[in-house]
Write a protein that binds this ligand. Structure first.
Ligand SMILES: Cc1cc2nc3c(=O)[nH]c(=O)nc-3n(C[C@H](O)[C@H](O)[C@H](O)COP(=O)(O)OP(=O)(O)OC[C@H]3O[C@@H](n4cnc5c(N)ncnc54)[C@H](O)[C@@H]3O)c2cc1C
Length: 404
């Protein structure tokens, strides 16, 4: 597929692409390293060979779900209820490792485990956790997370238009949710709505396939994260019993707690996305010949490659420290926001340099780098845009809120 210099024999073997330049893996506990290797093997053997086909078809590889289940990662970072457990560092490393091969697969996993399951874990009652988490941990029920709306994105904290109205013992939900990952096919939605009685944001568990008034339209014509299926959810007089109302999540605080954790996860994904782009690019630069030499031997190409690995390494060190803070229960919203903003911005730079090094081939999906290039755009915007992260950070460092 690639135009390689098979006619030229290098003097000595070239180093294989290695995106762990500061040997971060060496610092990991042995058990976590073993899990990471298991995830790498899954991603390289099962996902990498088929992912471009699904990307082109704009569809989700359901054929991977049994192997996903076998990985035993459902509920990673959560204790009990059939969840995998494990440290915050491990959770981050798994997100990074998945994104190193494909950001869509990392996102599918992050939405199901990080957003949907974590919402129930953080904001659900004991009964709700007992009921919903075990089948989700076994990948028998897949979840999604509905916060964003067609007219309300960054301003979700104060301005949700989807309403929840308590009528006797029943909650009635009306509104729309846009961009919701997994929603066109999954089983359970966590829907965030504004209680008309007190304007507080409340979370609800909705069973997609059996709830009257709940419908999903697949969002078409995306040019990034194409393997993740995003939907426009419509809730029309959806009636839910109190058991489906997340019992602890009666304030925005719990929603924000979920978002802090998932922003932490996106920072790791953005690091993994750069690693994948760097490795593909370095290999290409070692093999692609122009003027009779590998393009990797040109000074200007080495400058780009050096800047790519520097970005990767800086992001790895940064997210590793956020992992330590998270494991100590000390990670703040602002620290998670800094990690998400910095890594996603660096990711955008790194993948663009990679695409550039591929020349024309960089825009062909067959060479993979284009997938990382487009997916980096979503990393910058979802789970709170770059600007929103810097507003959170700006408030923390100045003590002054710039939120309108
Ligand atoms: C592929 C994909 C998957 C997604 N998955 C999910 C999901 O599963 N669940 C879910 O709930 N949502 C999901 N989202 C939605 C995502 O979280 C939102 O797109 C994001 O929060 C931004 O909202 P918005 O698109 O409405 O942009 P807007 O809020 O309209 O922002 C537009 C621009 O204005 C800027 N801006 C807004 N307010 C300010 C301000 N006060 N100061 C400075 N700049 C500002 C923003 O930074 C941005 O650049 C997904 C989005 C995508 C693209």
């Amino acid at each position: 597929m690639q135009t390689v210099g098979k006619d030229i024999k290098p003097q000595k073997p070239l180093p294989p692409p290695n995106s762990d330049f500061y040997q971060l893996a060496e610092t990991l506990p042995r058990e976590e390293l073993a899990t990471l290797r298991q995830v790498r093997s899954f991603m390289e053997s099962k996902v990498a060979p088929i992912i471009n086909k699904y990307w082109v078809e704009d569809s989700f590889p359901f054929e991977l779900l049994p192997a996903f289940k076998d990985l035993n990662l459902g509920g990673l970072g959560m204790q009990g209820y059939g969840c995998r457990g494990g440290s915050a560092l491990l959770t981050g490393l798994v997100a990074m490792e998945m994104a190193r091969t494909d950001v869509s697969i990392a996102t599918f996993f992050g939405v199901h485990t990080g957003l949907a399951m974590l919402s129930i874990y953080i904001a659900g009652s004991e009964e709700q956790k007992q009921k919903w988490l075990p089948p989700m941990a076994r990948f028998e029920k897949i979840g999604c997370f509905g916060l964003t709306e067609p007219l309300v994105g960054s301003g979700a904290a104060g301005g949700l238009m989807t309403t929840a109205k308590k009528q006797g013992k029943t909650w009635v939900l009306n509104g729309q949710k846009k961009w919701i990952g997994n929603s066109p096919w999954c089983d359970i939605s966590i829907i965030w709505a504004r209680d008309v009685a007190d304007n507080q944001v409340r979370g609800f568990i909705v069973e997609n396939k059996t709830t009257p008034g709940f419908s999903v339209e697949k969002i078409q014509n995306k040019f990034a994260l194409k393997v993740v299926q995003n939907g426009l959810i419509t809730l029309k007089d959806v009636q839910l019993p109190e058991e489906n109302h997340l019992q602890v999540g009666k304030r925005w605080r719990e929603t924000a707690q979920v978002l802090r954790q998932t922003r932490y996860g996106v920072a790791w994904e953005a690091t993994g996305c750069q690693m994948g782009a760097f490795e593909h690019t370095l290999k290409y630069a070692q093999e692609r010949l122009q003027f009779g030499k590998p393009i990797g031997s040109f000074q200007l190409i080495q400058d780009l490659l050096s800047k790519m690995i520097a970005n990767v390494t800086a992001c790895q060190c940064l997210v590793a420290r956020t992992g330590q803070l998270d494991d100590q229960g000390k990670l703040t919203d602002a620290q998670a926001a800094l990690a998400k903003a910095f890594t996603t911005a660096k990711c955008r730079e790194t993948v663009a340099w990679g695409r550039e090094i591929f020349g024309g081939n960089g825009i062909s999906i067959d060479y993979n780098v284009g997938r990382f290039f487009t997916d980096a755009e979503v990393l910058l915007s979802y789970e709170g845009t770059y600007q929103m992260q810097n507003l959170i950070l700006g408030k923390a460092i100045t003590g002054l809120s710039a939120f309108v």
